[in-house]
Design a protein around this ligand. Structure first.
Ligand code: CA
Ligand code: CA
Length: 189
């Protein structure tokens, strides 16, 4: 009994000493990534849960995100990630999903500010999704902070593309090309 109690106390002490804070953990690994689009290129940190990726990307401001599926259609989540406090460091502009209907692995994209209204400019872009391990995977996506997403068939914004769209549960067919599992670069505006 005493030995068991000692072991339990020891484990508890270890957890208190070494376990990272629940919602705003140091980057580890997992299916849900936060991708910060910096001047030097995309910087990716991945986590076991979508909530952790959003908490990391918003610098801890949004630490109670629902799961990735619920988030896509949750007005409360949209309001939180579009509030000034959630945009002090990086701003969430989109979430890309590996499966249709806002399911599967995700990467959440952050840039320095919300998108500008006109879509005649490019507010941010990823020229090759292969760099972050996402070539030919996107099957649905959500957009935030006044951004729309344009998905391209090839790297460097070449070949057919979807045009600027807001959140979609499935990818469109463009000139006979099904864009599901076929996007290699993305622009946001
Ligand atoms: Ca997919
Ligand atoms: Ca724009």
């Amino acid at each position: 009994m005493r030995k068991t109690l000692t072991a339990i106390l020891g484990a508890a002490l270890f957890a208190l000493t070494f376990a990272p804070t629940a919602a705003f953990a140091e980057p580890v690994a997992g299916p849900h990534c936060a991708v910060q689009l910096t001047a030097a290129g995309p910087v990716q940190h991945c986590f076991p849960t979508f909530r952790q990726a959003i908490a990391f990307g918003t610098n801890g401001a949004v630490a109670d995100a629902p799961d990735e599926h619920a988030a896509a259609t949750d007005p409360a989540f949209a309001a939180k990630v579009q509030s000034p406090v959630a945009r002090q460091v990086f701003t969430l502009i989109g979430v890309e999903y590996d499966a249709a209907n806002y399911t599967g692995n995700t990467f959440s994209v952050f840039r320095a500010a919300a998108c500008t209204g006109p879509t005649t400019d490019v507010d941010k872009q990823v020229s090759d999704l292969d760099v972050i391990g996402w070539n030919d995977k996107v099957s649905s996506f959500a957009t935030y902070n006044n951004c729309l997403a344009d998905h391209f068939f090839l790297a460097d914004f070449q070949s057919v593309h979807t045009g600027y769209l807001s959140s979609r549960a499935t990818m469109p067919i463009v000139n006979g090309t099904n864009m599901n599992d076929n996007a290699r670069s993305i622009r946001w505006s």
